[in-house]
Design a protein around this ligand. Structure first.
Ligand SMILES: CC(C)(COP(=O)(O)OP(=O)(O)OC[C@H]1O[C@@H](n2cnc3c(N)ncnc32)[C@H](O)[C@@H]1OP(=O)(O)O)[C@@H](O)C(=O)NCCC(=O)NCCS
Length: 172
């Protein structure tokens, strides 16, 4: 599959918002929709929020495009953070979504390689991310790409806390 990777612009706004909503629901609403999920998706991935995110100078959004269609996105937070004391301030991959029917074809790996290049250019050697502890498919994917589990943190959704693993990779 021929895939182009490029930075997002405001022209991608609607497609990017729908991609995020669709992948979030297909990944986490495994038993169907409940109000908390729908509210989260509609507010977090509203076109207004996605517009802010594209324009955010502290964030880089890379898109995977095939046949002129959006099929995946990844976001990098350019301000180094330290999620646990044992990690030096490092760059975070904050969002990583491949449309369901395009998962498993190497698109995620291609996007990760681009992320590593950007992070290296920023003179960083480590990258971290969080992943829901029950999202085994993503955990397996990250482990295969060399990420190691180094801790836990909660993702707060409404009044509930959801355990996430913190994973880190040293980039050669
Ligand atoms: C997780 C995700 C980003 C991975 O992207 P992808 O395009 O499906 O993965 P790829 O096809 O690039 O896989 C690359 C490699 O990982 C391996 N891999 C992918 N999924 C795997 C799994 N479930 N178990 C083991 N290995 C896996 C592939 O076999 C491939 O191995 P190779 O390097 O030997 O060829 C994607 O599936 C996704 O968007 N999932 C839903 C949203 C999500 O969970 N995002 C992460 C939130 S933290």
């Amino acid at each position: 599959m021929e895939v182009i990777i490029r930075e997002a612009t405001l022209k991608d706004l609607s497609n990017l918002a729908v991609l995020k909503q669709q992948v979030w629901i297909s990944t986490y609403a495994t038993d169907g929709l409940i109000q908390k999920f729908s509210d989260h998706v509609l507010s977090e991935y509203s076109t207004e929020n996605v517009r802010k995110s594209i324009l955010d100078k502290n964030k880089l959004t890379l898109l995977a495009i095939s046949k002129n269609c959006l099929i995946a996105c990844v976001e990098i937070l350019l301000i180094p953070q330290r999620p646990v004391k044992k990690l030096e301030p490092s760059i975070e991959i904050s969002t990583f979504y491949v449309l369901e029917r395009f998962q498993g074809f190497g698109i995620g790996k291609k996007l990760l390689i681009e992320c590593f290049k950007v992070i290296k250019q920023l003179k960083h050697n480590e990258v971290w991310l969080t992943v829901y502890y029950k999202n085994q498919k993503a955990i397996d994917f990250y482990q295969k790409q060399g990420f190691k589990l180094i801790g836990e943190m909660d993702f707060v959704l409404g009044e509930d806390n959801h355990k996430n693993y913190i994973m880190v990779k040293e980039i050669e």
